[in-house]
Design a protein around this ligand. Sequence first.
Ligand SMILES: *[C@@H]1O[C@H](CO)[C@@H](O)[C@H](O)[C@H]1NC(C)=O
Ligand SMILES: *[C@@H]1O[C@H](CO)[C@@H](O)[C@H](O)[C@H]1NC(C)=O
Ligand SMILES: *[C@@H]1O[C@H](CO)[C@@H](O)[C@H](O)[C@H]1NC(C)=O
Ligand SMILES: CC(=O)N[C@H]1CO[C@H](CO)[C@@H](O)[C@@H]1O
Length: 782
Amino acid sequence: MKTGSALEPELRSHGERLSWIPAGGQGRFRLSLAKPWLLLVGIVVLPYGESLKQSVPRVTLSYKDLVHGGSVSVFLSPVDGLHSHSVLLDEERGRLLLGARDSIYLLDPDNLNRAPRAISWPATKDRVEMCKLAGKNMNLECANFVRVLHNYNRTHVYGCGTGAFHPMCVFIEVSGRREDGVFQVLSGTVESGRLKCPYDPWQPFTSVLTDQFLYVGTASDFLGKDTAFTRSLGPPHDQHYIRTDISEDYWINEARFISAHPVSDTYNPDDDKIYFFFREASREGNDKSVLSRVARICKNDIGGLRSLTNKWTTFLKARLVCSIPGPGGVDTHFDELQDIFLLPTRDEKNPVVYGVFKTSSSVFLGSAVCVYSMADIRAVFNGPYAHKEGPDHRWVEYEGRIPYPRPGTCPSKTYDPRIKSTQDFSDEVVSFIRFHPLMFHPVKPLTGRPVFTRVRVDYTLTHIVVDRVMAEDGPYEVMFLGTDAGSILKVVSITQDNWSTEEVILEELQVFQNPSAILSMQISSKQQQLFVGSAAGLAQVSLSRCHLYGHMCAECCLARDPYCAWDGHTCSRYVPASKRRARRQDIKHGDPSSQCWDTDDRGGEEKIMFGVVNNSTFLECLPKSQLATIRWFIHRQGGEHREEVRPDDRVVLTERGLLIRSLHPGDAGVYVCVAQEHTHFTHTLLRLTLRLIPFGHLDGRPRLSEDPSVEARPGAESRQRYKDYLRVMSSPISSLEEYCNSLWLEKRPANRKAGKGQGAVLGAGKWKHIQELKKNRNRRHH
Ligand SMILES: *[C@@H]1O[C@H](CO)[C@@H](O)[C@H](O)[C@H]1NC(C)=O
Ligand SMILES: *[C@@H]1O[C@H](CO)[C@@H](O)[C@H](O)[C@H]1NC(C)=O
Ligand SMILES: *[C@@H]1O[C@H](CO)[C@@H](O)[C@H](O)[C@H]1NC(C)=O
Ligand SMILES: CC(=O)N[C@H]1CO[C@H](CO)[C@@H](O)[C@@H]1O
């Protein structure tokens, strides 16, 4: 499918205004949001006219926020650029191996920076020279990027690296205690890594090691053209390569391998298979496109005789579709598979398959998550085969006779004593599979459409891991999605009683100080941690940080985070088994009025600010939740009632707070900032008392707040300034106690974000600023 560039409307920025821009001059209109977070949900029109509700992350946490919240720690390499390409997490042995550039690290998964150990494994000087001569990049390509790390047996790990465009593999001995046990590369075991590891460190590829056999999907040459799915290693008596057939038109063409997983299909171990996922170039007549695939081979496939010697004889593949249905059967397709995660279920034969895809169009950028069942995948492999007359023909349904045993079936003595191995297959079966490896039907997502989509954002989703979390109202699958911009989205898809689903982005996390594309991601449900690799390093992030949602039951409830519940005192990790009652949580509706007693609206941070008549002032109020809408109320000095602040030329509502351009004496009063979320639920974030100083009174006086360091120095001078300051106020604070009290109120950690930079200077020269008492504090008065 091609996305229609003619239909693409321009995205234009109109400040904070929403504007309607004609789409492609076809009389359709589309909502353009320069600041999409102003709405709870942005509406996006897909290439074929379907509109899509797109949610906004409820909470966005910067790297600094996460560090302050004790939620992230990062392992950075002692030398430049770690390139965390491969992570081998071994929870049982309490260790984490990290494959990086020219080295392998042995880390403590509980604390990445506790006594890390490293072994150096560079490419040879000759190889680096040749790589440079071939025109490759010295820093990013001509080194040994370790991309394969698997446990081989109790004492040995098998690893491969790109070896400066000359892949190599080796056994690594890891035994004894992590701190002082054996950790060494066995240089006597170095061997060629061709067909086991890519040449190009940036090319997608996959590998899995099971029963001492290594299965790899990779490019097998320097140019990365020939791609194959192979098996190698194995017990000493059984070592030879098996690979996919080279016929590109039928088997595998310019594949980018994404993942591979051993899965049992039945209780008979002879039926055990390796399922693997990739995208590849597909030629249908003259159209060339990229399509995503699920494929499989039998674990007991030893290759055929004659035409498929040392080639798989049980290889089958099917298309994996992830699309949004559109009007008239024209769907919006997400064709390029980026990552796969298998979420285990109680039945190990039936894990849930999560896939991340992106669009192929360079105009319509978008990513989606689709979910598949193993039952649907097996049904497609049991269905009709596809048939192609020749290289220039299209695939159609095969309607001829199917040989026995059905091609793709694993040999098993249990089923037919005459067929003990794949070498017992008849020529008919072997030649059938050579030309009919593709199934006619595609595999469609469970719900008929993606469970999550992100379109028209300036990043794509590239990685996924999923955790199943037990909450008060049932189990939830929480997705952690890595992006090429270095952020992580934590998403939950919630199914309502009427079967409609709602996608909620609980958090958007910046896990690195200098964001760059995420290269690897691993989850440890046991440790409640996520390991995220990038070119910069390896980050360890907790799956939840309930305390950051706020102090109130309502804030905890509104968060709708299945990991968190209100325990009567704080928002904390929800443990389903715990006997503690009065755990308050409502993931399905996020409705505090059904869960919380503290919903009466008397809370909120309190502050005092001073403004100068005829000058501008800025009252900052940032909700923790980006889904909240803010309303301002004022109780004027001497006024009877509180009224809602109405914006006009002088009073501007911005997304960070209220800007009053030229203060009138009548502007004095108590300003109340109220957040509204979940349709009706409101709570007060801030009560700000604005007092006014008549213009001109400060002239000729010392400038009190220009240099806080001077003010902080205790001494007679600053005390004098403080007294001066009190004197010039039109409504001076009556006592020192009151002054101190107001400072104390300002410093309360009630709302960290709202407290940050309050009274912030707006474009310094442009708006002359309020002299704020806060900066004028003098510790000696406390
Ligand atoms: C593990 O494999 C290595 C490499 O083949 C071998 O040298 C070693 O003896 C094996 N160890 C055990 C415990 O089997
Ligand atoms: C299902 O219920 C939700 C609220 O619980 C509502 O917003 C939605 O419109 C309903 N969907 C359908 C198809 O009735
Ligand atoms: C504020 O400005 C207005 C006109 O711009 C002027 O008439 C008034 O005197 C000023 N008020 C003060 C207190 O300076
Ligand atoms: C007291 C005070 O801050 N006055 C300022 C008000 O704004 C004008 C210009 O915008 C400044 O010149 C004053 O110093």
